[in-house]
Design a protein around this ligand. Sequence first.
Ligand SMILES: O=C([C@H](O)CO)[C@H](O)[C@H](O)COP(=O)(O)O
Length: 208
Amino acid sequence: MNIQLALDRFSIEDAKAIAKEVEDHVDWIEVGTSLIKEFGMLSVKELKMTFPDKTILADMKTMDNAKYEAALCFEAGADVMTVMGAASEATITTCIQTARQYGKEVMIDLLNLTDTQKEQLKSYNDVIFCEHVSKDDQETSGSKNETTSSLFQDKRLAMAGGITEASLVRLRELKPEVVIIGSAITKADNRNQAAERLKQLSKYEEAN
Ligand SMILES: O=C([C@H](O)CO)[C@H](O)[C@H](O)COP(=O)(O)O
């Protein structure tokens, strides 16, 4: 299981400094949508230059204009980009094709989709599907990712949204390839220790 550190609502310098604090315990680094919106592709370039050996995910949340947006983030050094599962088939397919041209990968964000909509996405192969509870849902109703079963358990699966040590223990039963964690690391008093504990908990799945 890979731990993806999600970096949101920071300056690029602070994002790099936080990632440095925890780099030994995280596998992937997400350049959060907020960084991309505020600082553009410079945020992706800087994170990739600082952490060339980490998998860098650009949380583009692409909804349209796929070829342009995919090329933009892969040229900037991203290894993985996100596209919304609610986007059209043309958008998702174009993201995947463009990623293939660059030798890169796509994560499909399942935010706010019904099971029927999710079912329709199952035909995409060799992409990562992300079960995601939004920041707004977390903040307004206190919901978190407490997924106990997923239509994508037989696929490459990621989980995101308010994940903590306690929820990681439950989510790891689904054997996700990637667990995306922002606040539980970035808002911790001791980020390095928080990331280390989360990494240790994620290893249970490999041993069982
Ligand atoms: O994708 C995210 C969210 O939509 C804001 O852009 C976050 O990276 C994701 O939710 C992980 O952060 P936490 O919920 O703080 O763990």
